[in-house]
Design a binder for this molecule. Structure first.
Ligand SMILES: [Zn+2]
Length: 467
């Protein structure tokens, strides 16, 4: 049986400062090596000070993944030399003196299968290496320490996955969950990285490191299973080793370094005291936790009779469910859910498009009301929405500028219907004997008005005029 376990590193992107100093957690907005201080540069004599908010956010993640959270947490030094690690050790967590990581022994149900979470630990991110120069002879390596010390949560699973498909399903659930908790932004470049361990029946465990995105994680796991199966089918033994994911060639390559836990010479970080997390703090965090995706979905279905598939799509995306919460009322909820999932999601489907979009919750409310009251047809509403996103003008302005409004003037509509009654005598006779066929005449009115006739008024007038 194929067994896959994951170690997922997720940046806590919504924090103000780094894990042990007051430099900004959002290192992306800085020029190279401008977001640094003696602490995150590892200068002698500097002392770390733990960011309490980071502990809270990591604890929230642990609770959302059904983990138990210990009374006391501790930090350890993981010693190794690498240019992106200025202190020559990383401050991280380890369950060596009992469970002292922020969380452990949790689980998530993925496609009906229980995936166990081994532990969740809080640690600092290293800096970033930048390779420059074209050929291997000219290549130079630069180091940017802006990222050094930013808060990272590592989520370690048991080897419970059996296929890359299960891995992908888990990643989807996890990124929606982290986004919904308001702790991470999985869409940001470099915000999610992972290692995976993969083994097939009868083979040794292989660790794949250095996977830079969720997208590549599924590919790396798939590649590794195929590679191991190919060796196995040729009776070549699969050696236990560490391999690196080469994201340019999209393959795993054997890496010479084979660090074991012992090589890191872990020891307790004496500069940070053990932290006690009181029950009252845990209770407060629990009470402040945002509504879960599942609970939102159930509420959308039961309270507003939104179809399950629509509720599923809407609840799992924080951006759109927040928008829904801001714009809907009891009466227009279904219509707003419909506009968001059928039209808006296609219109602003990237981060960039969302950022430049001029649409507000009020626009969405106006649009839903206009559709419900027959002021604008569903067809024209798509054009109106496009204009709203582009210009931010009010809906009434857009309707008048682009002449998108429905023909709802009774005398104007009566005139049009009378013309159609004259030109379609056969259909009129048929509608008299079989009222259902009146839809044909409604269609003719729509054709003539380019879809802009108020549908309800059209039907009422037709019935009246046919007699
Ligand atoms: Zn700093």
């Amino acid at each position: 049986m194929t067994k896959i376990g994951l170690e997922i590193h997720c940046q806590l992107t919504h924090l103000k400062s780094k894990l042990f100093c007051s430099c900004k957690a959002n290192y992306r907005e800085f020029e190279i090596n401008e977001n640094v201080c003696p602490v995150c540069m590892g200068l002698p004599g500097s002392l770390p000070r733990l960011n309490q908010e980071a502990v809270k956010k990591a604890t929230i993640i642990a609770m959302a993944l059904n983990c138990s959270t210990p009374k006391k947490i501790a930090f350890f030094r993981k010693n190794y030399f690498y240019p992106d690690l200025p202190k020559n050790f990383q401050i991280t967590q380890l369950n060596i003196y009992g469970d002292t990581s922020v969380g452990g022994k949790g689980s998530v149900i993925v496609d009906g299968k229980k995936i166990r979470i081994t532990r969740i630990q809080l640690e600092e991110d290293p800096g970033r290496l930048i390779y420059e120069g074209s050929s291997s002879k000219n290549q130079i390596t630069l180091v940017d320490y802006n990222r050094a010390g930013t808060p990272l949560v590592e989520i370690v699973t048991e080897p419970d996955f059996e296929s890359p498909k299960q891995v992908r399903a888990f990643l989807n659930i996890l990124s929606d969950l982290l986004e919904n908790l308001g702790v991470a932004d999985p869409g940001l470049d470099g915000a999610m990285r992972a290692d995976a361990n993969v083994s097939i029946e009868g083979g040794n465990k292989v660790e794949v490191k250095n996977i830079g995105s969720f997208h590549d994680l599924e590919k790396a796991v798939h590649f590794e299973i195929t590679r191991q199966n190919s060796l196995h089918s040729r009776d070549i033994s699969i050696i236990q080793e560490t391999r690196h994911w080469d994201d340019k060639r999209k393959i795993t390559v054997s890496s010479r370094s084979k660090e074991e836990d012992l090589d890191y010479r872990y020891f307790i970080e004496g500069d940070i005291p053990w932290i006690t997390i009181d029950n009252s703090v845990l209770e407060k965090l629990k009470s402040e936790m945002p509504e879960s995706i599942n609970s939102k979905k159930e509420r959308y279905i039961s309270k507003y009779t939104i179809p399950e598939q629509v509720a599923d799509v809407l609840s799992s995306d924080k951006f759109y469910s927040d928008l829904f919460e801001k714009s809907h009322t009891d009466s227009n909820a279904k219509e707003i859910a419909n506009i968001i999932t059928t039209d808006l999601m296609g219109l602003i489907d990237t981060r960039e498009k969302r950022e430049v979009s001029k649409m507000s919750a009020a626009h969405l409310r106006d649009l839903a009301d206009a559709i419900t009251s027959g002021k604008i047809s569903r067809n024209s509403s798509k054009n109106a929405l496009y204009e709203i996103v582009k210009t931010g003008n009010s809906l009434s302005q857009i309707i008048s500028d682009l002449d998108l409004g429905n023909v709802s003037d009774e005398s104007e509509l009566t005139g049009i219907i009378q013309e159609i009654i004259i030109s379609e005598p056969q259909a009129v006779e048929q509608a008299k004997s079989n009222p259902q066929t009146i839809n044909y005449l409604v269609g003719k009115v729509m054709q003539k008005t380019k879809g802009k006739a108020d549908p309800k008024l059209t039907l009422d007038l037709l019935k009246k005029l046919i007699g």
